[in-house]
Design a protein around this ligand. Structure first.
Ligand code: PEP
Length: 258
């Protein structure tokens, strides 16, 4: 059975003290979790080293919110894969819709970052999503599959299972977002899986982890996790409070009880 992934990105939130108290509050729940539940947390860059020193990396994986595809050089303001590894990071989030919309991330730079992450043994967590207009025009699947195919351009068969894909509808994430229904989410996840089958074959496609993100809360998490092609959830607001994150872990753990 595949693991159930329960992760959160803090975006540009928290400070050193609240990062420490979040880590302390989730520690026991993370340690108690079934080994088939995989927690991860993605703090802002300045707290990565602090978090690496406080959390048990065996129990909860540490991620970064972005990186450059270059190893080093004249790239002011950027952070390299090697630096992330130095800080104890194992996952790197790539292509979040806020980075695409506000900071010039493109499908092409997403692909360069995916290839660089894989080269350095980091797990790329690639976010893809449709806009509200694309949903209205009924081209959600086309848009998301296109993003997936470009993100994975030149990723070989033996590396694609190291990539995690997160379907995050732009209309669902953040304040004012409306969560996708389980049917809406599963339809796009199924289309992503089918695209992976087309490119890599069934067995490899089935091993790729697909997460859903966008207004996941304590009410809808369970039914989302029940969907055949949803292997976990990637959560913002609900998981910023340690209690919310712990509750999400317990929902995931309950899926494994029978
Ligand atoms: C996100 O922005 O990636 C996200 C999942 O946020 P939220 O859960 O707050 O909608």
């Amino acid at each position: 059975m595949k693991k159930i992934w329960i992760g959160t990105s803090w975006k540009m939130n928290k400070d050193a003290a609240s990062a420490a108290s979040w880590a302390a509050a989730v520690e026991q729940a993370v340690e108690r979790s079934d080994g088939r539940v995989q927690p991860f947390v993605i703090p802002p860059f300045p707290y990565l080293s602090q978090m690496a020193q406080t959390i048990n990396a065996e129990a909860i994986q540490l991620g970064a919110q972005n990186m450059c595809w270059q190893d080093s050089g004249a790239f002011t303001g950027e952070v390299s894969p090697l630096m992330l590894k130095d800080c104890g990071v194992s996952i790197v989030e790539i292509g979040h819709s806020e980075r695409r919309a506000m900071f010039g991330e493109t499908d092409n730079t997403v692909n360069l970052k995916v290839l660089a992450a894989l080269k350095h043994g980091l797990t790329p967590l690639v976010c893809v999503g449709d806009t509200a207009d694309e949903k209205k025009w009924s081209v959600s699947v086309e848009s998301v599959v296109r993003q997936v195919k470009i993100a994975l351009f030149d990723v070989p068969f033996d590396k694609v299972t190291d990539v995690i894909l997160a379907y995050e509808p732009v209309w669902a994430i953040g304040e004012g977002g409306t969560p996708a229904t389980k049917e809406e989410a599963e339809t796009v996840h199924r289309a992503i899986r089918d695209a992976l089958v087309e490119c890599y074959g069934q067995e490899t496609a089935d091993s790729v982890v697909l997460l859903y993100g966008g207004s996941v809360n304590l009410t809808n998490a369970s039914e989302l996790l029940d969907q055949v092609n949803i292997d976990g959830v990637f959560v913002g607001r609900t998981a910023w409070d340690a209690e919310g994150y712990v509750e999400l872990l317990s929902i995931a753990n309950s899926k494994l009880e029978h």
